[in-house]
Design a protein around this ligand. Structure first.
Ligand code: 5GP
Length: 169
């Protein structure tokens, strides 16, 4: 396993993003929507840095089978909150082609939230197929398949406390 981003660096960045959210959402009581499964560890650390009132919800989507994209985005568990007229912050682990996020944003916008912010820990900029504007972004990374800190390869490695690349991949 090759370490791409170590725990200390991730946590420093998560702290900075949390502080920005605290500044930007005073008195707004936003709904933070974690995109499962990959965002669970990022979301958990991020929430610990947030000291304003927030609500938390989850949505699950899948577009990847192991390492290879199936090219199709499927909705699993939907949100349970009413997001109409609310400020929402969608929290993703990684944005690759952008298709997953586009699918979610289109869905959420039909429900007429007051505002939508996008927060992703990782971005593979060179892989973008659709235009995504990040409100909060952790790291730009090269177009390699990464695991750890919530991210999996065939459901393994989610528990690692760093972001890494499996050797020889
Ligand atoms: P997109 O729709 O932007 O192409 O892909 C987004 C989803 O694909 C992410 O939420 C994540 O589940 C998965 N994904 C994309 N790149 C990687 C990667 O390098 N490693 C892992 N583990 N998942 C990835």
């Amino acid at each position: 396993m090759h370490i791409l981003i170590k725990e200390e660096t991730i946590l420093q960045k998560v702290k900075e993003i949390g502080q920005k959210i605290n500044d930007d959402y005073q008195n707004k009581n936003p709904i933070i929507i974690g995109v499962l499964k990959g965002s669970f560890m990022f979301l958990s650390d991020l929430l610990k840095e947030i000291n304003i009132p927030v609500e938390v919800d989850f949505v699950s989507v899948s577009s990847y089978d192991g390492k290879k994209s199936s090219g199709e985005v499927k909705l699993g568990q939907d949100i349970s909150s009413d997001i109409t007229d609310r400020d929402i912050i969608v929290v993703e682990d990684i944005v690759d082609t952008g298709c997953t996020l586009r699918f979610l944003l289109d869905r959420f916008s039909e429900l007429k939230p007051r505002s939508v912010a996008i927060c992703s820990l990782l971005n593979k900029r060179d892989a973008r197929q659709v235009d995504i504007h990040f409100t909060y972004l952790g790291f730009n990374i090269p177009r390699v398949f990464v695991v750890g800190y919530g991210l999996d390869q065939s459901n393994k490695y989610r528990n690692l406390n760093f972001i890494g690349v499996v050797n020889g991949k």
